[in-house]
Unconditional design. Sequence first.
Lengths: 114, 109
Amino acid sequence: NAGVTQTPKFRILKIGQSMTLQCTQDMNHNYMYWYRQDPGMGLKLIYYSVGAGITDKGEVPNGYNVSRSTTEDFPLRLELAAPSQTSVYFCASSGTDISSYEQYFGPGTRLTVT
Amino acid sequence: KQEVTQIPAALSVPEGENLVLNCSFTDSAIYNLQWFRQDPGKGLTSLLLIQSSQREQTSGRLNASLDKSSGRSTLYIAASQPGDSATYLCRDNFNKFYFGSGTKLNVKP
């Protein structure tokens, strides 16, 4: 099992550009999450999904969009990149309830917006 | 909104020392409290989960305690090793999964 995979690993965007961060899990988990981590800080929840077709906002959703058309994939879309979105983005998944002990994290995508 | 604070932000200790990492939270209505380890450039690895009805959990050299009335959790690491060097994060698993900012631990050989 690959677990949770994220692409790309690194990306540099210009202000106003758009991009999609990809996240895929092969554990047949219902729950998936997107977090961002700013330097020296903990992670903040951006969006989460409890199953295909169902998404909800986390603590910091502004400037992002998500979709969940399949169980495996949970892409995160940045429409108009801003310097404040420079961060490391982590995707995670879990198989049971939303507060499950077993949240599996991907390795992260480091995004710089200049 | 829940505020989760971790002090100190960084800690350097010699190998073999016992140490305590602190996590405090403002809202005692937590579901459960979880401790993670993060290695540089990597995602998070779960260490211990304490249910709100529990006082502590142990795994090997790690012991985590929870005192909801005082809004505190501690992670005790016994006989620290250089391999324990990492950033340790605590998280309130209720609602929006509020993380602390972490304690960066360096264990010197």
